[in-house]
Design a protein around this ligand. Structure first.
Ligand SMILES: [Zn+2]
Length: 386
């Protein structure tokens, strides 16, 4: 016997985790907690998934634990007595309103009790498996690994035979996309159907009674982007068509990324890279830079040029005759300012870099990448000592 005890919320992470455990031949006990969450319809999805698995020959011991009398005095916008669930990106500050105080300590404590009971009854070891992932760490402190290490230590101190029980967090370093890819592998290995599985999950914090949402809360956006990044349409029903839901999520993501750039970059760096601006000639940091080193994209650190590709063109901007072989700099026709030019952009983050002209050194192909210093980050290479 190989017991694993997990919390099955009905969301995509814990559902993926359940498949992961079945694929690895665990005897799974899955507990769904009803703690007064607005999205309690997720528990129905969890039951439906367990039924679907049973109909395919995979038995899971599933228990719904009703904690509502215990959590009735809790304050959180995620709970039925709380305020409206905020909309927006899942890494934004306002998502803290969706924290449920001490939730994961409460759940883990109960899971530990079940695990220890099974371990002592069957004289075996039991594993508590949690679907905590990297995307949760910023907003939810009770999703961080150090918290689980401390819990495991405390529970071990307070229980006989605690050496039989351990925590396992297989998704700790993954994001939602990685989790979906893991689920794809599990589904294939178990001979299940992807859409049948994920139509029995629910991630929204603000669904209607049928589990449909506008796709606008942080948890929705994160889920929608994960399906998009693995090239799939989410099989659950939204209140709007998938194309609209996806476009809204991508726009939320774009605004979030843009806000991050505004926080991190100087006004000039932001204007040049994100608004296709140009710094004045002979004013940039690197037009006259001659030391050996690498030039990276200021926004995403992609390696674009090295100092061996730089030459003195006299134009007042950093000039390069070639790009790094892995830079993949993108080109686009630019008809602004009454000119016909070829704009160059970072392929990874779409930062505007500058333009490319045909007046470069013939020995290197005749091109001149005319690049704004503001788009670049220069890394000086230490001189090799002889
Ligand atoms: Zn970039």
């Amino acid at each position: 016997m190989k017991p694993a005890i997990m919390a099955l919320s009905g969301g995509m992470d814990s559902s993926s985790l359940l498949l992961h455990l079945l694929r690895n031949q665990y005897d799974v006990t899955a507990i769904s907690f009803n703690y007064g969450q607005k999205h309690a319809v997720e528990i129905e999805r969890a039951k439906s998934l367990v039924d679907y698995l049973a109909s395919n020959g995979f038995q899971v011991l599933h228990q719904v634990a009703d904690l509502r009398t215990a959590t009735a005095l809790f304050e959180s916008d995620l709970l039925q007595n709380g305020g409206d669930v905020p909309e927006g990106h899942y890494e934004e500050e306002n998502m803290k309103a969706t924290v449920v105080p001490n939730r994961n300590a409460l759940f883990s404590s109960l899971l530990y009790g079940v695990a220890l009971s099974q371990a002592t009854k069957h004289k075996t070891n039991a594993t508590i498996v949690l679907g905590v992932h990297s995307g949760d760490h910023a907003i939810y402190p009770d999703c961080r690994p150090e918290f689980y290490r401390a819990l495991e230590h405390a529970f071990a101190l307070g229980n006989w035979e605690s050496e039989r029980v351990s925590f396992h967090l297989p998704y700790l370093e993954m994001d939602k996309t990685g989790i979906l890819r893991d689920a794809e592998a599990s589904i294939e290995s178990l001979g299940l159907d992807f859409d049948e599985v994920f139509s029995r999950t629910l991630t929204s914090y603000a669904p209607d009674n049928d589990g449909r949402s506008h796709g606008a809360t942080g948890s929705d956006v994160e889920r929608i982007l994960a399906f998009h990044s693995v090239g799939r349409k989410d099989p659950i029903e939204y209140l709007k068509p998938w194309d609209e839901v996806l476009n809204d999520a991508l726009e939320t993501q774009r605004i979030h990324v843009d806000n991050q750039y505004k926080l991190r970059l100087t006004d000039l760096q932001y204007h040049v890279t994100r608004e296709a601006g140009t710094e004045r000639a002979f004013t940039g940091e690197y037009w006259d830079e001659k030391r050996p080193g690498n030039y990276r994209c200021i926004c995403c650190s992609t390696l674009l040029f090295t100092s061996t590709m730089k030459f003195d063109s006299g134009c007042g901007w950093p000039s390069f005759h070639s790009e790094h072989e892995e830079a993949n700099i993108r080109r686009r026709e630019d008809h602004t300012h009454g000119m016909r030019r070829v704009e160059v952009l970072c392929d990874v983050c779409e930062a505007h870099l500058g333009h490319v002209f045909n007046d470069g050194p013939a020995a290197y192909g005749g091109e001149r990448y005319c690049i704004n210093s503001a788009s670049l980050m220069f890394e000086i290479k230490e001189e090799e000592s002889s």
